[in-house]
Design a protein around this ligand. Structure first.
Ligand code: G1P
Length: 307
């Protein structure tokens, strides 16, 4: 049985869609209710058995790096005041020094370039890649579902969902060979194809379990879509040599790299919180709703949570 111990988190992006907030706050630190985006990915990773965390960051993202360190003064203060729930929440953000690697991507050369930087830290074992912009709300964490599925298929496994054809140019798209339950066998992948030439509507979502051979392919590929080194192209190059599968996870995915996705995720996670639910559900009247004067103007559903 393959144990997936390590996960790579590419977090070097500039987050220009959230300027001016991201002028001084890394986009991964923007809060979804009360947890920053990165915490959702870390929690999902931990619940999926990940023990080592490798972040591909960028110069200037010190707020993100500080976030993983212990905050002793704050902890002592909370402890002295008996605030155990808050203290635990704070401790959950910490990653032990020996489980944490932070590398820097000094040039924006693409996702493939970011993952390639993790070669030495990962070594010769299958590993996970998690894109924190893609937040997945699920009963069983999406990565944990994939770890279980990986026992059946080995090779490279990517999370997938079916998208409307007009959206294929936003995603990596599978060239589908066959389908068995949630598993799609792929004979190739294309990064951001135009709808008229997309081989299917089965799109890659930001969760991957990759065999270490991906690093050799990442060394070989040339810049692709957008002039960047694409992880999709490296997986495609390997598809002639080892199995490549998509996994249709159970859950709801939000593209928190976009404003509409971020708002949709905030509303969805608010539904999980009794103290917030009534504020966003018209018709459920209680005191918390009275506190929000504009509650009736907040939609309780966003049509397309994907883009
Ligand atoms: C990246 C990947 C793409 C994938 C997408 C999922 O694209 O390159 O294959 O479908 O994430 O979110 P990006 O959205 O970073 O352009």
């Amino acid at each position: 049985m393959t144990h997936i111990r390590k996960a790579v988190f590419p977090v070097a992006g500039l987050g220009t869609r959230f300027l001016p907030a991201t002028k001084s706050i890394p986009k991964e630190m923007l809060p979804l209710i009360d947890r920053p985006l990165i915490q959702y990915a870390i929690d999902e990773a931990r619940e999926s058995g990940i023990e080592e965390f490798i972040f591909i960051s960028a110069t200037g993202k010190t707020a993100l790096e500080d976030y993983f360190c212990s905050a002793r003064m704050l902890e002592q203060d909370l402890e002295a005041r008996g605030k155990t729930t808050l203290l635990q929440r704070l401790k959950d953000t910490q990653i032990d020094d020996d489980a944490l690697t932070i590398l820097r991507q000094d040039r924006p050369l693409g996702l493939g370039h970011a993952v390639r930087l993790a070669k030495r830290a990962v070594g010769d074992e299958p590993f996970a890649v998690m894109l924190p912009d893609d937040v997945i709300r699920a009963d069983q964490p999406a990565l944990s579902q994939m770890v279980e599925a990986y026992r059946l298929c080995e090779g490279h496994l990517v999370a997938t969902m079916t998208v409307p054809r007009e959206q294929t140019s936003n995603y990596g798209i599978l060239d589908v060979n066959g389908q068995l339950g949630r598993l799609t066998n792929a004979q190739g992948l294309v990064e951001k194809p135009r709808p008229d030439i997309a081989p299917s509507c089965e799109a890659v979502v930001g969760r991957y379990i990759l065999a270490p051979s991906i690093f050799d392919r990442l060394d070989e590929i040339r810049p692709g879509a957008g002039g960047e080194l694409q992880l999709t192209d490296a997986i495609n190059a390997d598809s002639q040599k080892i199995p490549v599968h998509g996994y249709r996870f159970a859950g709801q995915r939000f593209d928190c790299g976009s404003q509409v996705g971020f708002v949709a995720a905030t509303l969805a996670y608010a539904q999980d919180r009794p103290e917030l639910r009534s504020v966003i559900n018209p018709g459920t009247r209680d005191r918390s709703r009275d506190l929000c004067q504009n509650a009736s103007q907040i939609p309780n559903r966003i049509g397309d949570p994907y883009r």
